[in-house]
Design a binder for this molecule. Sequence first.
Ligand code: ARG
Length: 474
Amino acid sequence: MVGTGHPLNPSPSPTMSRHLWAGRFDASPAAALDAINRSIDFDRRLWREDIEGSRAHASMLATIGVLSDAERDAILRGLDTVAQEFGNDTFVVLDSDEDIHMAVERRLTELVGDPGRKLHTGRSRNDQVATDMRLFLRSASRAIRDRLDTLVRRIAELASTHAADPLPAYTHLQRGMPTTLGHHLLAWAEMLLRDHDRFGEAARRANVSPLGSGACVGSSFPLRREDTARELGFDHISLNSLDAVSDRDAILDVLYATSMLAMHLSRIGEELVLWSTQEFAFVRLGDAVTTGSSMMPNKKNPDGAELLRGKAGRTFGNLVALLTTMKGLPLTYNKDMQEDKEPLFDSIDTVLLGLDMASAMLDDIRFHTDRMRAACSGWVNATDFCELLVRAGTPLRTAHHQTGRIVALAVERGTEIQHLPLAELQAIAPEATADMLEALELDAIIAARDLPGASAPHRVREAAAMISSRLEKD
Ligand code: ARG
């Protein structure tokens, strides 16, 4: 903060502004303006990207003769030092360092003098910040994809191990039909594979260089935009400078992708919460991923899973926050856009942590496959019985009705369909046979769903085995 007193004291500081842009200003900004305008506290996180962008810009300025080779070298060396200072946490932020771009340039100039003052030639913070953010999106997406990769592979391993362990499949959270734990786990993998793909797509869209768009209309310097784009590893350059400095779509794409991922993690979290209850007892979460209660000595709480579920909300909020910020903004850059950073950083951190939490949970989980198998009771084979009647020639609608009456009878007797006397079954469904009742054996009906994507254990094993190559292709 420039000046003294309370940080929100709105009176202008008596000292002259030390901001790099202060040429036309006589008085310093109000403390409140400094406080609201200042982004260095959160955008210092972009130091790597900012320095990388500046290196590319400086090299290009030397190519077109704006900088001598010696000036360029001084800048590159100076930027190395600045990077070191950030890297080992010795960089000293000054009150006048409004944002990361100003901070790096100010320090560079302290270190190398005049060449530092030339670095910003043909560049504005508007194209600079747009460039930094795209570099950041690219590496954040890569980090998320790496962690997704780890998690999905772990899920595929578990799925293959449990390809033949029966588990009820639920609709409306009521037991529906039997499947396997492996099949269920692969459903999680599918959600996360879509996220993997979405982050790849988001990174591809982000990989466009706005550098050289200047404040809004480009530059009269013969900037070699393709050179800086190539050096920074961008696939293309942006094709309209007005759009390039005011476009935040790539950030929104990533915020959307993080929301989807967080939503998926929340569903997985919820299932782990449910499965670890004493009522379900399908899984036991280990000590490393549960917590105790300060009052109830008996408790083992699935906080990690609950927070996987709970963290989704903030990622949706972050997406809506930036959509709302962008709505109705006129071209081109507006300072409102500085509000893009905190939501993005928060959402990225949230999903990275969530992915680690999910992986940790799957490393310390025991599946009670006996309990899962036992839960495959309660007439979950009714659909299979109905289909056996259909195979024997009963029209589906008739068979459905007959089976419904049979289930009602079984409920009344407190037994399962296959334990009802055949004669009573035949009184309701004339086509029923003893063979049909034998065919209702749990493992057999699971194996009978032998379609791509279905529950037959060999299908599940095949699907699990394909996951690694799908990750690699994507
Ligand atoms: N800190 C600003 C942001 O994040 C950088 C761009 C500022 N540009 C400007 N003309 N004030 O958006």
